[in-house]
Design a protein around this ligand. Structure first.
Ligand SMILES: [Zn+2]
Length: 235
């Protein structure tokens, strides 16, 4: 049986081991970065404390990609085993209460179908990180998918599909011009060996966004807006 001294020594050894592991393997968590727009950057725990009156835990974290900090709040209790190094993996059940700065997550205009919204989020993520050669083809694909959604019976090339959008589905001549602009920039880029320029992709982003607003967001809003504006019966 180990003596009291042996046990104390073993405990000291265990504590120092945990401390050494803690020093070499910093606590980290994957979060979107508001500074460099990396979607899931490893953030390293720099400092934490328990708020003396509220009891929630505040953490200061450093982005592994750009080394800028964020501050986040988590409920007391759940997160402290992680902040003090006992638990290596961040407890997934713990919900973040707030974070500053707030990451810029690009959201597609309202009313946009889910598959197009998902493409839009991917395109904007590449766009914000200045990965223009990744963003450009995605913006073109969003336009193509939107045209197909608006007129599934359309056939032929993207040019023909845009031109043959029927009257009565709410697509104006101006919207067709925006669609063609995106098509042409995307087509030229596909035939060009040079990388896409920021201006080309910014144009695509602007035309895609306004097209989505006119094609999906405004029609989705109209019925409720009109209902609200309806005069009461009999007037
Ligand atoms: Zn960052």
């Amino acid at each position: 049986m180990a003596s009291l001294g042996d046990r104390a020594a073993a405990k000291m050894f265990a504590i120092s081991l945990v401390w050494m592991l803690g020093a070499t393997m910093a606590q980290s968590i994957q979060l979107p970065c508001p500074h460099c727009n990396t979607e899931a950057s490893g953030f390293v725990l720099i400092h934490w404390y328990r708020h003396p009156t509220i009891g929630n835990v505040r953490v200061v974290l450093e982005c592994n990609v750009c080394h800028e900090p964020i501050i986040a709040a988590y409920p007391g209790g759940g997160v402290e085993e992680w902040t003090n190094g006992v638990r290596k993996v961040f407890p997934s059940e713990v919900r973040q209460l707030w974070v500053a700065p707030i990451p810029k997550i690009a959201v597609a205009p309202n009313g946009v179908p889910d598959n197009i919204a998902s493409l839009y989020a991917q395109a904007m993520s590449s766009f914000q990180r200045q990965h223009y050669d990744a963003a450009g083809p995605l913006f073109r694909r969003i336009m193509e998918t939107s045209i197909k959604k608006l007129h599934p019976a359309g056939k032929g090339s993207l040019y023909e599909r845009i031109e043959n959008l029927p009257d009565g589905i709410g697509v104006t001549q101006t919207m067709k011009k925006w669609a063609h602009r995106v098509r042409i920039i995307g087509r030229d880029a596909a035939h060009d060996e040079d990388p896409m320029t920021p201006d080309e992709v910014k144009d695509m982003q602007r035309f895609v966004e306004i097209f989505l607003v006119y094609a999906f967001e405004m029609p989705a809003r109209l019925p409720t807006e009109i209902t609200k504006a309806d005069p009461p019966d009999g007037h």
